[in-house]
Design a protein around this ligand. Sequence first.
Ligand SMILES: Nc1ncnc2c1ncn2[C@@H]1O[C@H](COP(=O)(O)OP(=O)(O)OP(=O)(O)O)[C@@H](O)[C@H]1O
Ligand SMILES: [Mg+2]
Length: 430
Amino acid sequence: MRLRELRVFIVALLVVLFLVFSIIGFQTFGKFAEPIDNVTATAIELAKGNYKVRVPSVLDGTIDQLSTSVNILARNLQDISFVRKIEEERLKTLIENMGSALVMIGREGKITVVNKPFLNQFDFDFDKVDNQPFRNTGLPSEVVEFIDMIFMTEKSARKQIRFEYQQVKHMELYGAPVIGEHGRWLGVVVVMHDVTELVRLEQIRKDFVANVSHELKTPITSIKGFSETLLDGAMEDRQALHDFLQIIHKESERLQFLIQDLLELSKIEQHGFSIELHRTSLREIIDRSMEMVVQKAEEKEMSLVLKMEEDIEFEADTGRMIQIVMNLLANAVNYSLSGTTVTLQAYIENGHAVIKISDEGIGIAQQELPRIFERFYRVDRARSRNSGGTGLGLAIVKHLVEAHNGRIAVHSTVGKGTTFKVSIPLWQSM
Ligand SMILES: Nc1ncnc2c1ncn2[C@@H]1O[C@H](COP(=O)(O)OP(=O)(O)OP(=O)(O)O)[C@@H](O)[C@H]1O
Ligand SMILES: [Mg+2]
């Protein structure tokens, strides 16, 4: 019986000891395991890209170093990702606002980066081009060929292309291969500038030179021809001598006018050209301008009518204003049939002095209107050359009106007549 009791006692003791050790064991294990769990959870979050997590601090030396290191790692990663984000943002702003269209194409030929100017240039939707093969996006064939060339040669290149996309456009393309770290070939980047306006200006310049040469050549050829004929003996004939000299005189006068106009225009077009503003009377400007065309109008039996209630005082360059009004009146008389009337109206409108010159002449076709202010542009070359015109008058008028901060507008109906309306601010300081 004692033996049995002893056995029970031992078993009980063993059970108690087991429980005690288990509890102690669990406690000790838990004390070590919990911080390790925390570090593991933090590391998993870091791996997921959440750099804001930190291991909670525990006052236990054993695991402390590991937690601190993981926290430092997390902070460094957070700093790096912050800097990267700023750089990314900066790059994005730069690409969006660089003023030129940009497209980047990956190695497989798919579009990886585009900016807004690119989308606007070709009227593309971002979703329709992003990650799409560049061939399928509907880019003009000239652009596709250029990209192909960069892919093939793996060299940067520059090219100016002309294509029609709703309207004729000129573009300067610059393309380069994109080489990543370790010389890895990543694709192609193409930057495009719209140079349509530049090409247009260049064309105007070329036309100008061609026109000037032509305009100079015509009177010179005729002067040379007639003087040679005279020298060859025609001067013995008094009538021929008189007629030819008259032609020579007329042609040299034309040359003189042309050169005067050219000098005038180049002076007005100079940067820094300024007019002399002073208080002046519109009535005086109109009277003096009319004086200059009245003889021509009488020759054509035309009447000049002025409709102006009272004089208008305003700030302008009197000489230049006379030039404006006189040129418009001369055109009205030149491009009208005999017996018609030219009406000049002057009034104040919205703080502007307005001068309206209307004729009942041949008119100008709608499609010609935007061009008549160009240098040397003449609707009917033969007719306006007969009238002695060079096509510089309206170009000069437009510049002078603009120098007064004014505006010039034109309305016309073929066969019915034309109206030019010039508005000049009454006071420049307004
Ligand atoms: N009132 C008008 N009616 C019809 N056509 C006009 C009128 N004014 C101008 N035009 C057209 O516009 C063109 C340009 O006019 P602009 O005054 O610049 O040149 P121009 O009269 O030919 O020569 P100039 O340099 O001697 O003035 C003219 O050639 C003419 O075809
Ligand atoms: Mg003219």
